[in-house]
Each structure stands twice: as structure tokens, then as C-alpha cells.
Design a protein around this ligand. Structure first.
Ligand code: THU
Length: 139
């Protein structure tokens, strides 16, 4: 397992961190009170961000990472190089299993940095977070 928990010295793309923090501030999480912000850098260099958006019908809530992927794919991009997930959890929260598969669909080799306000981080590639991720191979 190459996923790592590292001290404050981890290098993070400052623009992605800032976008993830902004998305965190926009999270709609009245039911769980657990805000999550995510920001991806698309292969074009453009940044796409997303927050978790909950619903009174709990099962309809959407994770931050999925919101960011929806923004990226809806803009026509089909891959990303890096993802930052920002929470106030310690250790920092990392993507749920469903989000790992959704990230894996586009960019298994992209870097993931999960970080919190104290600068603690959990890092790895998407494939590190989701070993043996599913791909639909025909034939
Ligand atoms: N959440 C995310 O946004 N991303 C994850 O990977 C894990 C969980 C959200 C879903 C829900 O709105 C809140 O965190 C508590 O589970």
C-alpha cells in the first residue's frame, strides 16, 4: 500500500488547495454537518471543483469528489492530473469507495492529496486508493 500519511511539509498545488477550500465553504451539509470540498486539475490545466450536496432524502446526497468529476466531464474533459480533497477531519477524510471508482474511471494515475486545516495529509494515486479498480473491458 503506497498511500501515505505525511506531515505538513507535503507539496500541494496551491491553486487546487484554494479551490478545494472555497468549495468546502460552499458545501451543503445540513444533515451530517460534515463539509467536504474537492478540486481537480483537468488535463487542459483548468480547475474543476465540487462540494458535497445533501438532500432531505438522505440517499440522494452527492459527494464532493463526484460533484467535481461531474463538472469536469460536463465541460468535456476526460482526464485529470491531480485532486485535492479538503475537510476539517483529523486525519483528513479520504474519498469514499464509490468516489474512488468514479475517479478511477477517468484517471487512475492522477495524484490525490487529502488535507485538513492543520496541513495533515493523506496522499497517493487514485489507483493506490482503489487497487484493482473496475474497468469495462470488452472481448
Ligand atoms: N462525503 C464526501 O463528500 N466525500 C466522500 O468521499 C465521503 C463523504 C460527504 C457525503 C456526506 O455529505 C458527508 O460527507 C458525510 O458523509
Amino acid at each position: 500500500m503506497t498511500q501515505q500519511q505525511t506531515p505538513a511539509s507535503t507539496t500541494i498545488d496551491p491553486e487546487l488547495l484554494s479551490a478545494a477550500r472555497q468549495a468546502f465553504a460552499n458545501a451543503y451539509a445540513p444533515y451530517s454537518a460534515f463539509q467536504v470540498g474537492a478540486a481537480l486539475r483537468g488535463i487542459s490545466g483548468r480547475i474543476y471543483s465540487g462540494a458535497n450536496v445533501e438532500n432531505a432524502s438522505y440517499g440522494l446526497g452527492r459527494c464532493a469528489e463526484q460533484s467535481a468529476i461531474q463538472a469536469m466531464a460536463s465541460a468535456g474533459e476526460r482526464g485529470f492530473t491531480a485532486l485535492v480533497v479538503y475537510t476539517e477531519a483529523s486525519p483528513p477524510a479520504s474519498p469514499c469507495g464509490a468516489c474512488r471508482q468514479i475517479l478511477f474511471e477517468f484517471s487512475p494515475e492522477a495524484s490525490v492529496v487529502c488535507v485538513n486545516a492543520q496541513g495533515e495529509s493523506v496522499t497517493g494515486s487514485v489507483a493506490d486508493f482503489l487497487p484493482h479498480g473496475f474497468r469495462l473491458e470488452h472481448g
